[in-house]
Design a protein around this ligand. Sequence first.
Ligand code: GRF
Length: 209
Amino acid sequence: MRNITVLISGSGSNLQALIDAQHAGILGATIDLVISDRADAYGLQRALEHGIPSAFIPLPRVPKEQRAAVRAAWEQRLLALIGAYQPDLIVSSGFMRVLSSAFLDQCGAPVINQHPALLPDNGGDTFTTTSGVTIPVLRGAHVVADALRLGLPITGCTVHRVTPLVDDGPVLARAEVAILPGDDEASLHERIKAEERRLIVDVVQQWSR
Ligand code: GRF
């Protein structure tokens, strides 16, 4: 059975979808390790409840001039723990940190990421939906709010391979989500996350075949 490490920073509802699929015997993989950079990430609780080894590895806040060294040391701590579990796949699931190319080179497994907006196949700044609507590509940490602010009719979510470029890298799966009149960030994000939970299970299932 292939094993997965999941990186989280928050609620971990996508992690829960993976745990549920594993327990239902349909994931084709086991989640061997969960790592959070935040102590208050509810996803840590989910891991503990299901007996999955989990760790909180904080990235300390330090003055700018120390940041690069502290970040490199933090990545080394992540790598040491990941190295002990030797995952076949690392899933960045609501993990709000950018991983360096040194980390990607050393972690020993492909890293995939969930992004709550539509990313194109070959980079670029626009995306054309299946209904033929061209929208700007949204990257960064506030893309659900950005989609509303820009008045887009449609947004969605993407699972992609992580490369040193942020919110880029080969697309593995995506789903479109219509923006409804009266949507606010919470309602829209919840509909996007419903699609994300389905997609991440699909992607891991495909990968583990
Ligand atoms: C998802 O929307 C993911 O795309 C984004 O953070 C959210 C994580 O949700 N990067 P959860 O913690 O799995 O509930």
